[in-house]
Design a protein around this ligand. Sequence first.
Ligand code: UDP
Length: 321
Amino acid sequence: MKYLITGGAGFIGGYLAEALIAKGNQVTVIDDLSTGSMDNLAAIIDHPDLTFVEGDILSMDGLEAMAGQNDYIFHLAAAVGVELVVHDPIKTIETNIHGTERILKAASKFDKRILVASTSEVYGKSTNEQFSESDDLLIGPSSISRWSYACSKLLDEFFVMAYCQKANLQGTVVRLFNTVGPRQTGQYGMVVPRFVASAVTGEDITVYGTGEQTRCFCHVLDTVNALQQLADNPDSIGKLFNVGSHNKVSILQLAQQIIKQLNSSSKIVFIPYEQAYEKGFEDMLHRAPNTSLIKDFIGWEAERSLEQIIDDVAVYFNNRG
Ligand code: UDP
């Protein structure tokens, strides 16, 4: 099969490209390298089945033709990380909305299947213990730029569903919950690489807010398995799935576990959200997926533990020096 991955030099895209190539497929990656990096493709960059195209999905020529030349499209190109989103909300909105619009038009025109990556951010400030795909969504006000990410991704979801219903698009949507693993950079705010990088160097670990907020961290290899299984199953067309783990932990516990597991001398310090992000920043207190839909559908469940995630990320940082 021939696969096109937008955002394929990103953290998740790189693993997906590796997995698809390992199975004997041909993969074309489009990435503007704004947050993606060739390091994420290092293991396969010289592989004859990989084609890398540097380009911005908002403006590049040839996007439509590339969609037509491939059998399946993974649309992962998006603004990444809360910190980046807060600092560059215009680019976030443009990429997430116009970029997705372009690729959906192309997929629809050539009748190609497409999987679009959305985010658990769309659940917003919901206080449900677990978030289910059919839940109502509770997003904060437009004066707080964090919510532009959730809103733009939500509009992408509506776009996919509308194209499926009105233009026979063969689209699938996934809502990804805190995907983590080796090669993820802490540069755009992600907590696990930040904490592990600090722990291996003995620097202070900075917890935002009280640290009582909880997340469920999912190993990128589990996430990539889910994406491939959904792509392999034509019954996923027109459907939306949560993809996440049940490795639930508070951010303070995460810091403590990382220090203990890595035998680190780091100290934990707390700073207010306002200092970390922007005035009026709103965080989600708890965010956990209900994954019964995807489990019932293809039998997928995240397999890797938080301990393994921390170990794998630590090995990566230690190897990098
Ligand atoms: N966080 C933190 N210290 C950091 C980075 C993040 O305490 O150096 C917190 C952040 O405020 C959030 C949680 O860790 O409550 C997860 O943040 P991340 O950006 O990894 O993902 P999010 O769940 O916000 O999308």
